[in-house]
Design a binder for this molecule. Structure first.
Ligand code: ZN
Length: 492
């Protein structure tokens, strides 16, 4: 089974995700076409097994090549006559069925909780949900044990002492043997983590057990009729996955201005399972967006240093060296070099873009750079100018205050807060005036072609290319299979 539980951290700027999310949420919507297939991918065998819902009456076939156990269901999410019927594929997955039933014999744990180690049947378990106000002492008391025993447990070996850190919402269990002696204490912190303490010869010993969920790749696709958000929902994507997808593509696609009816997305992401039960989603592994006929593909790649990011199949970063928008706000006045003054009727160019937001809203550095101006600048009011590389500067005006540590000569990273929105200088209301200049000439920050962030290092381009080829082939496999499903569904 594919194991890809996240270990690394993604450098996609959170700010962009938030911005895009807001945009996606605000977009109007109507009909979508969507479908979603759950797969278990066996990399060793190179086979693809549909998983998800076990359909009754269909026996899973032996593992091997692509399995075709199909039970398409037309869902009720379709509202448009032109929509292709969405298919929720009911599949039997041999792997799912092979998973051990969780404590079915004892009935102690609900499915999905940590499996109890095989216990002698004479053990008695008492379980308590921890509520605010509970103390370890009161919980021991409820279970019939005194503070003396509690102290010997928390003074036990290993991590036993961590039993003192209790939080509401956790669950604690006590096991006693037939003589009524405490033999084990288990603190279940969440679905994945528990502290297990058991009696040793003369004391107690504890260890933290962290379970790794089983990550299964899932393919979903949708056609946008209104907003990406609605299409993603119809495709069965959680809001989190939809936001992450928007964040990955947010550098290339403006989800408010660029997305058109008929745009299509395909995404392979992880669904996380414990004991065969789904409990969440993991990372997006690859995604494809067809925007006005143009294809954008993002592949999640971890380089040999262990750094993970999204890249296009040619190895260039999905991210840009600059944020398209340095603040989470709406545009209140566009870049316009021909702007005529409404009263004087003379050309008074607007060499930047204005964003309106509540005073104090953080303003982010659009890219890595160096502060070349930080202070008061005439009508601009409180202003920061950043130098990026040789020939690009960005300017941020009308701030209420500068960001912490922002002064002439300081270095900033993309996304750092360099100041806060205000109404300093010559303004009629609070806003950010943002300029993007190339060799001193003003450019429209919303349309200027932005340089890419760092590509895959040259030294491992060959490694990446092998990976990309594999991932794209997987994509084709999913998609080809998807089409087959649709064809079969329409035959019925
Ligand atoms: Zn302005």
């Amino acid at each position: 089974m594919l194991k890809m539980f996240p270990r690394t951290h993604i450098t996609i700027a959170a700010s962009v995700s938030v911005l895009v999310t807001a945009a996606v949420l605000m977009s109007p919507s109507s009909r979508v076409e969507a479908n979603r297939v759950t797969y278990a991918l066996d990399l060793e065998e190179g086979s693809l097994v549909k998983a998800g819902f076990v359909s009754s009456g269909i026996t899973p076939q032996a593992p091997g090549s692509l399995k075709e156990i199909i039970k398409p269901e037309t869902t009720s999410t379709q509202t448009g006559p032109s929509s292709t019927p969405a298919t929720t594929l009911a599949m039997a997955d041999a792997a799912t069925q092979a998973l051990p039933a969780t404590d079915a014999a004892t009935g102690v744990l609900a499915a999905g909780q940590a499996p109890t180690p095989v216990q002698p049947p004479q053990l008695q378990w008492q379980t308590f949900d921890i509520r605010s106000g509970d103390t370890l002492s009161s919980l021991f008391g409820k279970a019939g044990f005194d503070d003396g025993l509690m102290l010997s447990v928390i003074h036990g070996e290993g991590e036993a002492g961590k039993l003192q850190r209790l939080y509401a919402g956790e669950t604690i269990r006590f096991a006693t043997d037939e003589a009524g002696e405490l033999t084990a204490v288990e603190l279940q912190r969440d679905r994945l983590e528990s502290l297990r303490i058991s009696r040793t010869d003369d004391s107690f010993g504890g260890e933290t057990v962290v379970r790794e969920p089983d990550a299964r790749p899932v393919f979903a696709s949708g056609v946008i009729e209104g907003s990406l958000y609605v299409a993603a929902r119809e495709a069965g994507l959680s809001d989190r996955v939809a936001m992450e997808m928007a964040g990955i593509f947010g550098w290339n696609i403006d989800f408010v201005y660029d997305v058109r009816k008929g745009d299509r997305f395909e995404v392979v992401y992880e669904e996380l399972y414990l004991d065969g039960e789904k409990f969440g989603t993991g990372e997006i592994l690859s995604a494809r967006f067809l925007n006005r006929g143009e294809e954008v593909i993002a592949l999640r790649y971890t380089d040999s240093n262990g750094d993970t990011d999204y890249y296009s199949p040619n190895g260039s970063s999905m991210r840009k060296a600059f944020l398209r928008t340095p603040i989470n706000a709406r545009v209140s006045s566009s870049f316009n070099l021909q702007r005529r003054h409404p009263v004087l009727d003379v050309v008074r160019p607007h060499e930047g873009t204005d964003y309106a937001a509540p005073p104090g809203t953080p303003i982010k550095a659009a890219g890595d750079g160096r502060v070349i101006f930080a202070g008061w600048k005439g009508g601009y009011g409180r202003t920061v100018i950043l130098q990026h590389g040789e020939n690009i500067t960005t300017l941020y005006a009308h701030m209420s205050r500068l960001g912490r540590g922002i002064r002439n000569g300081s270095r900033v990273k993309q996304g750092d807060t360099i100041g806060h929105l205000g109404s300093s200088g010559m303004v009629t209301g609070p806003h950010l005036h943002y300029e993007f200049r190339v060799n001193g000439s003003p450019r429209n920050s919303r349309t200027v072609k932005l340089p890419d962030a760092k590509p895959v290092p040259k030294a491992e381009l060959a490694r990446f290319q092998r990976f990309a080829k594999q991932e794209l082939a997987k994509f084709e496999l999913f998609r080809g299979d998807d089409h087959q499903q649709l064809a079969l569904a329409s035959d019925e």
